[in-house]
Design a protein around this ligand. Sequence first.
Ligand SMILES: CC(C)(COP(=O)(O)OP(=O)(O)OC[C@H]1O[C@@H](n2cnc3c(N)ncnc32)[C@H](O)[C@@H]1OP(=O)(O)O)[C@@H](O)C(=O)NCCC(=O)NCCS
Length: 168
Amino acid sequence: MLSDVDVNVNVKIDAMGAADIPAVVALGSGATTGQLQEELTRPWALCFVARDSSARVIGFVLTWHVTDELHILDVVVEAELRRRGIGRALMQHALTRARERSAVHVYLEVRRGNAAAIRLYRALGFFTLAVRKKYYPDGEDAIEMAARMDPDTGQIMPGRDEVNPEHV
Ligand SMILES: CC(C)(COP(=O)(O)OP(=O)(O)OC[C@H]1O[C@@H](n2cnc3c(N)ncnc32)[C@H](O)[C@@H]1OP(=O)(O)O)[C@@H](O)C(=O)NCCC(=O)NCCS
């Protein structure tokens, strides 16, 4: 399904196809060609790309949907086009598509030092669940975050932080 997005650039979001993989790798999320090819074979993987008016890939989100849970594995926007609402639009698109498949609980991990991503998730209504010490190979902690969608409306329901990462 394709969706038009009201952001500061003319953006369309649709499902990632095999032809998009080189452009997604070039966005620099760290995902390799092989990993992305594998995602396309997984029935539970929902991958979307944001395209500019020339259909060039400028953003990407990778999620896994399992029963009533959605896991956000990656979201990345081209460096020069950040802070224009594209990351938020990709996240909202993924949440909407997952809700259509009955997802309610949404989970993700983010680096403790990734202030931009944490602000984005907070703006969407995510709350903290836990801190995973030295989760990443370079030793940085992960903050585990969650959100809950109202099964009827799809709105993110208010949630409270279960840990304060400053104190963990
Ligand atoms: C995280 C990322 C995807 C955000 O994409 P984006 O298109 O720039 O985000 P948006 O413009 O939709 O921002 C939505 C909100 O998130 C917050 N936000 C996003 N970037 C921010 C920044 N650099 N500093 C502070 N807040 C930020 C703001 O609340 C923003 O709303 P506002 O602009 O109205 O204040 C982008 O910074 C990125 O690609 N980072 C590198 C990859 C990455 O770290 N991904 C996360 C992996 S867990």
